[in-house]
Design a protein around this ligand. Structure first.
Ligand SMILES: [Zn+2]
Ligand SMILES: [Zn+2]
Length: 244
């Protein structure tokens, strides 16, 4: 049987800087990756990866990327990013129901910033979460809601929940939400009630107290409420409205 022709494999170095990504540079066959890593590291180049390409087996003209290696610090950076995401998820999971609903439903693309702001109210930084035992984390996050809550106090109605199931699931048995955030020396007097009280209250906290507009268009304009973004898209002035 005839031997298949040897696959042509090539390694290319791609260096990432703040401003740009370099053209892929072929790496000589005899250079070991560890040597390259320390060589580049000693020159202060820590953000790079290696793409391994070979001729496509389908006989197509182009090269396909098989695998890629990354510099140690690039890997560490990604790992750090992953830890932060895990910490954020843990924080949200351990929050009382209302702040959890606020983030899950009304934080738009600003989940990260909003979670940080809520944690700040409890004096917790997202970087410290993995050092806090889950039980302690839960107890500290409980302080967000209650008569002396850091964010709000709530009134519930079990009567209303049983009267109208559909409506009750929207409001989740909540009758009113009272803002307890203190800005400066004056405690906030905002109180939400009505059918979309979680949305209204979320928008109040995120925009008024945190200065964050969670709903943004790709053109860069940001909105406090979901319906305002939808209106912006319906008018389709910027050309970034999602395709239906
Ligand atoms: Zn308020
Ligand atoms: Zn737009």
């Amino acid at each position: 049987m005839a031997q298949p022709p040897p696959r042509e494999m090539r390694r290319y170095l791609v260096i990432h800087t703040d401003e740009s990504i370099s053209e892929p540079m072929p790496i000589p066959d005899h250079i070991h990756i560890d040597i390259l890593d320390s060589e580049l590291g000693s020159r202060g180049l820590r953000d790079w990866d290696i793409q391994i390409q070979s001729r496509s087996e389908l006989g197509a003209h182009g090269l396909v990327t098989d695998k890629s290696y990354e510099s140690r610090s690039r890997k560490a950076e990604k790992f750090h990013g992953m830890l932060l995401i895990v910490s954020r998820i843990a924080a949200i999971q351990n929050m009382p129901k209302l702040p959890k609903m606020m983030i899950d439903s009304w934080a738009g693309k600003k989940t990260n910033e909003i979670t940080r702001k809520l944690l700040n109210l409890c004096d917790i930084s997202i970087e410290d979460i993995r050092t806090i035992p889950a039980i302690t984390l839960k107890v500290r996050l409980e302080t967000l809601v209650g008569p002396s809550g850091l964010v709000c106090d709530i009134g519930t109605s079990s009567q209303e929940a049983s009267k109208n199931r559909q409506k009750a699931s929207d409001r989740d048995g909540l009758k009113w939400i009272k803002c307890k955030i203190v800005s400066g020396t004056t405690p906030c007097a905002h109180k939400s009630s009505g059918s979309n009280l979680v949305e209204v209250f979320s928008s109040h906290v995120f925009t008024t107290h945190f200065g964050i507009n969670p709903f943004s268009c790709d053109c860069g304009v940001e909105f406090s409420r979901d319906y305002k973004l939808k209106k912006h898209h319906n008018r389709n002035i910027c050309g970034f409205a999602p395709q239906m």
